[in-house]
Design a protein around this ligand. Structure first.
Ligand code: FMN
Length: 327
């Protein structure tokens, strides 16, 4: 028996992950329970008002009241540095029915940072605050504006200033990925660093980064002082992680592979078969995350690795069940 004690009743947000957590994956993961919100992959905003179809492509849930099929709200994430352009696009997201808008100041990608979007802005706390204020002022008052940051660009020296600016600009909640841009995605995540900027805002703060298990979620909350959690890769590696955290199931192992393999097969057949040049790519990507907790994911991955057509991939799910799992 573990002696870990659950620190507080947390809300859990499914992290935005470009090229990985799309609407189909949001639907599948939120169906397994535990999430109070999702965030879309980022919509890149340069200087123009984007057409409706861009919003609908990245957030098809807008056609369903801004909710996943299991009723979990989806916020639309925008990435950019032009406050006016971000403001008009946030207005459009709200007009299309977004449940909330999220601003991305965490993306480390070179191409994004070169055009002054994402984490590069963390070097300029005043600019971050001005962007948040501009977007907040432009949006309807009843639509929440949330923000996502890292603890800094080179280091965490500006974190206090960045966070203070975000609050004074009127953001309602803030998710902090507890690594700098230069840390990339390398472990560890520096949860304790966030403690210095919590002050009396714990209820508006989400700690993010390197949360793979229920026990990790407790540590992240205890060390950061944030009340809530955001799960990214951990949600893909153990698809019922949020549900186990929400149910305080610290000693419960991840859901059985025999059940999960049905979800993966369905995901493949429904959402990963249509684009001829990319058949099976998302399925292989998901299996790469699942390897962390499930040795069987490696077996299935090995079976699919070189296959590119629907029929042969589908038949390998059957072979995996019969030959690797004997079911
Ligand atoms: C492939 C990939 C795509 C990502 N895309 C986004 C994105 O579109 N917007 C964003 O704010 N963060 C994005 N992130 C960062 C994640 O939301 C999250 O902050 C990060 O993975 C750390 O959390 P984790 O350790 O739980 O995965 C991405 C991360 C990965 C690995």
């Amino acid at each position: 028996m573990s002696t870990a004690i659950r620190p507080h009743l947390s809300k859990i947000v499914l992290a935005p992950m470009e090229g990985v957590i799309d609407a189909a994956m949001r639907a599948r993961l939120t169906k397994l329970g535990g999430y109070s919100r999702c965030v879309t992959e980022f919509i890149r905003v340069s200087d123009v008002l984007l057409p409706k179809r861009v919003f609908m492509r990245l957030c098809p849930e807008l056609a369903e009241g801004g909710l996943t099929a299991s009723g979990v709200p989806v916020y639309v994430q925008l990435l950019g540095s032009n406050p006016e352009a971000l403001a008009i696009n946030a207005q459009r997201a709200a007009a299309l029915g977004a449940r909330g808008v999220d601003l991305n100041f965490g993306c480390p990608a070179k191409t994004v940072n070169k055009s002054m979007g994402g984490s590069v802005l963390l070097q300029e706390p005043d600019r971050v605050a001005a962007i948040v204020a501009g977007v907040r002022d432009a949006m309807p008052a009843d639509i929440p504006l949330t923000v996502k940051i890292r603890i800094g660009y080179h280091d965490d020296q500006l974190l206090e200033q960045i966070v203070a600016g975000i609050w004074s600009a009127g953001a309602s909640e803030l998710a902090i990925h507890a690594r700098t841009k230069f840390d990339g995605y390398k472990p560890p995540a520096y949860w304790a660093t966030v403690q210095d900027v919590v002050h009396d805002r714990a209820r508006q703060l989400y700690i993010n980064g390197e949360i793979w298990t229920v026990a990790d979620s407790y540590k992240a909350i205890q060390q950061s002082g944030c009340e809530h959690l955001m799960l990214g890769r951990g949600a893909l590696a153990a698809p019922d992680l949020a549900n186990r955290i929400a149910n305080d199931a610290v000693d419960q192992p991840p859901m059985a592979w025999e059940l999960l393999v049905g979800e993966i097969e369905e995901q493949f057949l429904q959402h990963d078969c249509n684009s001829p040049r990319h058949i099976g790519n998302r399925t292989k990507q998901w299996l790469a995350y699942l390897k962390r907790h499930y040795p069987e994911a490696l077996q299935l991955f090995a079976r699919l690795r070189t296959l590119r057509d629907v029929q042969s991939i589908a038949s390998q799910f059957t072979a995996h069940r019969q030959q690797d799992l004997s079911i």
